[in-house]
Design a protein around this ligand. Structure first.
Ligand code: DSN
Length: 408
């Protein structure tokens, strides 16, 4: 138990020293600029916003004179960046935004198709069915994939068979762009609501290196603002359809959220301005780094997942099947012993690692640095070198990336 502020400061300082000496390749993390971080400790941290209808002017809380103006300006910024006519920024996370979409739109007995956890799905609707009531009211089916890409023909056949009310594209391991545009005609024919979970790829959409799902026919896009998007932690929802955003709003408030938390909004607004200026350079380098790392890992003998002719990835992450190397236990834990942070999945038939480039790019890494990073993976996973010795080399390398680029 902490006994003093010094105890708290000491633990935070230990954390910071540790994280600064690690090589962070977690695809769902990023590093916001000092300015964006600084806004998180403003007065909004202790204030509430509150509106219960579609109209944020329809306030139910006092003291909101400038908060109201701030929210409306930020809404406009988000819409100008992601498209859509309507926005909701009340969810404090991408997952909660997704919950709002599912709970607000679906009727009892409806079926949803989403990405399975074994294909790096986000685990939105499937896990909701662990709650007694939803097990009986929401049916879930899983989207077919071929070589890590959505199998469009398989998905269309599945839709004709199970007649879903909603299809949710996107997840935690997107390496190739989803066929939203190509799916639109079948969605219209069968009356399917097309939803895009942009949590992982928000920064790539903002940086215009990935097609915008809302412009390509998604009815609703939700996500988070802190993965490939280097903003504050938080969620958002955008849509062109008033009926949908109204229904989602009714699920958010007063069920998931009543008076909402505002502290991240100034930070979000600042990060959008930052990305409007630097987003394309940042996102272009993120994808270049992913492709360079995937190529070098493949050169070193790793089974990098995805079509080699497409450079193994079009996004901020790459997936590697390391099953043949007989790693004991969780690969993520093994790699962390060498001060390399990334994610793993060994729940299905394969043993995979997910390696992300947003933070390392933000901190200054370029394609040539990916050669060294690939070698560290080889040292740990293929050559099984002494982890402490590798960790010393990794730390020496990681501390070189202490800049924050692509910001004001
Ligand atoms: N879904 C987790 C991930 O992708 O790492 C974090 O939200």
């Amino acid at each position: 138990m902490f006994k003093s502020l010094e105890d708290i400061d000491k633990k935070l300082s230990e954390h910071l020293n540790y994280r600064n000496s690690c090589l962070n390749l977690i695809a769902s993390e990023n590093y916001a600029s000092d300015k964006v971080r600084s806004y998180l400790s403003g007065d909004f941290s202790n204030r509430y916003g509150c509106y219960a209808t579609l109209n944020p002017d329809d306030r139910e809380y006092s003291g909101n004179k400038y908060i109201n103006e701030f929210e409306l300006e930020t809404h406009d910024l988000v819409l100008s960046m992601f498209g859509g006519k309507y926005v909701d920024l009340r969810p404090i996370s991408g997952h909660m935004a997704g919950m709002g979409v599912v709970l607000g739109i679906l009727n009892p007995g409806d079926t949803v198709i989403e990405v399975a956890l074994s294909d790096w799905g986000h685990g939105l609707v499937g896990p909701m069915r662990l709650i007694n009531h939803f097990e009986k009211t929401i049916n879930v089916e899983y989207m077919p994939f071929k070589n890590a890409e959505v199998d469009l023909d398989g998905l269309i056949a599945q839709c004709r068979k199970v007649k879903p009310r909603m299809v949710i594209f996107g997840g935690s391991g997107t390496i190739f762009f989803e066929p939203i545009k190509e799916f639109r005609a079948i969605a219209e024919e069968l009356g399917i609501i097309v939803v895009y979970d942009a949590s992982h790829v928000t920064g790539l959409i903002a940086g215009k290196v990935m097609p915008n799902p809302i412009e390509n026919g998604a009815d609703i896009m939700f996500g988070s603002t802190h993965k490939s998007f280097p903003g504050p932690q938080g969620g958002f929802i955008v849509s062109n359809v008033e009926e949908y955003i109204e229904k989602i709003g009714n699920a958010l408030s007063p069920s998931l959220i009543t008076s909402h938390h505002l502290n991240r909004l100034p930070s979000l607004a600042a990060s959008i301005l930052e990305l409007k200026k630097y987003g394309n350079d940042y996102a272009t380098q993120v994808v270049k780094n992913s492709k360079a790392l995937a190529k070098e890992l493949n050169n070193l003998g790793f089974d990098v997942i995805g079509d080699k002719d497409k450079g193994f990835t079009q996004t901020h992450l790459l997936l590697v099947d390391i099953g043949k190397y007989n790693v004991e236990g969780a690969p993520g834990i093994l790699l962390e012993k060498a001060f390399i942070l990334c994610s793993d999945d060994f729940s299905g038939d394969s043993v995979q690692i997910r390696v992300g480039t947003p933070e390392i790019t933000r901190r200054g890494a370029k394609e040539e640095d990916m050669i060294k990073i690939a070698q560290f993976f080889k040292d740990v996973i293929i050559d099984k070198k002494d982890l402490e010795k590798v960790s010393i080399e990794v730390q020496k390398f990681a501390v070189k990336f202490n800049n924050i680029e692509y910001c004001f």
